[in-house]
Design a protein around this ligand. Structure first.
Ligand SMILES: [Zn+2]
Length: 328
């Protein structure tokens, strides 16, 4: 994780604060007192991670959604609303991912609270809007690491606007994190590219991997639509079974935050047509893995996904992933 500010950086921040005439020069002496800690509340783990990386020591970041929680379905509790109300600033993913928070966010905004969707400044031309989403953009932007890196830049800009004395620290933290994300992006491209072309098809429970598909060159099919709110019909399941049998695809993937029964129906359906399909592994789609683990970070979740997909579909990836940190 980034965000460790060196003494030299603090000194630079002290100078910056003096030159703009706010905060005085206190930091130059003890290196502590210009530090203003922002109380930041976030929604899902992917957002929590980029905000924590950018805020570094200058923010206390609390994510409302725990590991394995489905953000499409999550209802804010009274406790969540209390935390959001007392936060200095709120970041969420946006594009209707946190569908049940719409009223809460609009109330907070009306009260004057800085509330930002991290995807707010993603260029519209980069958003996927497939026809089946009926005019709504696909919210799963974190599945394209470069696009998520842009969201980290947006967080740095907003934190810098709220806390101008530390604007440079946020930008530096962001740059360090972006370097990490760039290495991740390169790794994913490399390993997915080793999957034999005819096997390069990712079949999942719900349609979370559209950006992944576009960024990393792998075809994606899913049993369920863009949100987990509507269940797939029998026709969706049958179409997917036909697709697997015709394309001779042998592995499909479950998602940690989404019910597994639909894919079980697909496996059963294929079996009736004498085609054996295996579960290729469990992917983290809409929530990172357990707190305190490597897979519980954004980088770890994406490393896990790319590594598991590649190995199950006949490509070449190190067993323990990009940095040897994966647990299985
Ligand atoms: Zn989703």
């Amino acid at each position: 994780m980034t965000g460790k500010c060196s003494i030299a950086l603090w000194a630079a921040v002290g100078l910056l604060a003096m030159s703009v005439g706010c905060g005085g020069g206190e930091a130059a002496n003890g290196g502590e007192s210009i530090k203003s800690t922002q109380q930041i509340v976030t929604t899902c783990g992917m957002v929590t991670d980029i905000v924590a990386a950018v805020a570094g020591d200058l923010g206390e970041v609390e994510g409302l959604m725990r590991a394995g929680v489905d953000p499409h379905l999550y209802q804010p509790t009274r406790g969540d609303i209390a935390k959001l109300t007392s936060a200095d600033v709120v970041f969420y993913s946006g594009l209707l991912l946190e569908g049940n928070f719409a009223d809460t966010f609009s109330n907070l905004e009306q009260s004057g609270k800085p509330v930002y969707a991290v995807t707010a400044q993603i260029d519209k031309s980069h958003l996927r809007s497939p026809p089946e989403f009926e005019g709504h953009p696909d919210p799963h932007v974190w599945m394209d690491v470069q696009a998520w890196s842009k969201c980290a830049e947006f967080v740095a800009q907003q934190l810098g606007a709220i806390d101008p004395a530390n604007a440079k620290v946020y930008l530096d933290n962001c740059d360090a994190y972006k370097a990490e994300l760039s290495a991740l992006d390169t790794y994913i491209k490399q390993v997915i590219g080793t999957i034999p072309e005819e096997q390069r098809v990712l079949v999942t429970a719900h349609d979370a991997f559209g950006y992944f598909s576009r960024a990393y060159g792998i075809l994606v099919r899913s049993a369920q639509g863009i949100t987990t709110e509507s269940a797939p019909g029998i026709k969706d399941i049958n179409d997917l079974v036909d697709f697997l049998v015709e394309q001779k695809i042998t592995a499909i993937f479950v998602e940690q935050s989404v019910a597994k029964d639909n894919l079980q129906a697909v496996i059963e359906g294929a079996k009736k047509k004498q085609w054996e399909v295996k579960i290729g592994g469990e992917l983290y789609s809409d929530a990172p893995g357990p707190d305190g683990t490597y897979e519980g970070t954004y980088v770890g979740m994406m490393d896990h996904n790319a590594t598991v997909i590649t190995r199950a579909l006949g490509g070449e990836a190190p067993e323990k992933g990009m940095a040897g940190k994966l647990s299985e």
